[in-house]
Design a protein around this ligand. Sequence first.
Ligand code: SF4
Ligand SMILES: [Zn+2]
Length: 342
Amino acid sequence: MRSLSKGMQVEGRAAGFCFVRANYDDQIVLTTYGRSSGFCVDPIEKKPLNHFLPGTSVLSFGTAGCNLACKFCQNWDMSKSREMDTLMDQASPEMIARTAKGLGCRSVAFTYNDPVIFMEYAIDIAKECRKLGIKTVAVTAGYICDEPRKEFFQYMDAANVDLKAFTEEFYWKVTGANLQPVLETLEYIKQETDVWLETTTLLIPGKNDSDEELSKMIHWVVKNLGLDVPMHFTAFHPDWKMNDVPATPQSTLVRAREIALHNGVRYAYTGNTHDRKGESTYCHHCHELLIGRDWYQLFTWNLSEDGHCLNCGERCAGVFEGQPGTWGARRLSVQLSNCIQN
Ligand code: SF4
Ligand SMILES: [Zn+2]
């Protein structure tokens, strides 16, 4: 555990860099347990996860604070929140699981800020979800030590891990973190667990989008994670402390996807942009369109119930259960108190 900073205070107590762990009577306490920044039902593709129960809906929420300090953070009102008042909804683990079930969601996602900083809460929610057959999804930067990493991921069913760049310099200067623990998390998830894994790289013009850096990253992924881990390359929009950098042109996303496919990655996607080709899933063997997507809306489904290509029979990597979900591209804000069902 990182030492608590005397300069930060939460409710009058010394707090850590994430701001949400504080010293209460010499115990380090998670001050956001049971409090959330609000709930939304999203398509699972928005996390982004394209090979995990496609087309289904996911109940998404975050808390406050973060263990990184990304200058481009698009959720900085939550991740950098110093006001516990931003945590509107009080929600017990059991309430969250029951709400997900009541709303027909196949999973609950810990997202918006990094769940590793509220892992006790996330784990308790995951336990309640399992009792009801609801899966859990971690959307994370993967910046976590060995021991809590093992504890955390044993309760997750799927993860989208940010691989924010492929240099220590970027990680340190732009996110305040280090690359190496993130690589270790990716290797751990892929090699030691059954958690379904996809990666996301937000491409920032001039910062992490060179052919050379992308090639090094993709070679590392192929060598250490294999060919079946889907990679998402998503568009940056100026935000937070990075307002002086232009938005990512679509051509950069298309280029990154092509480098990945050219180097053997079987499933590579563009994101935060309208690109039907880049959003859709193709058979790596016969190149048939397997799952057509248009802004999170599925328009083609050419997979058997257990995820094999209907054209050539090759398996598509992922977690598939029969027919796709029918949630579509909708986004629905929910207040937990209004939608608990028995
Ligand atoms: S890890 Fe995510 S939530 Fe945390 S500061 Fe970075 S972009 Fe924001
Ligand atoms: Zn095929």
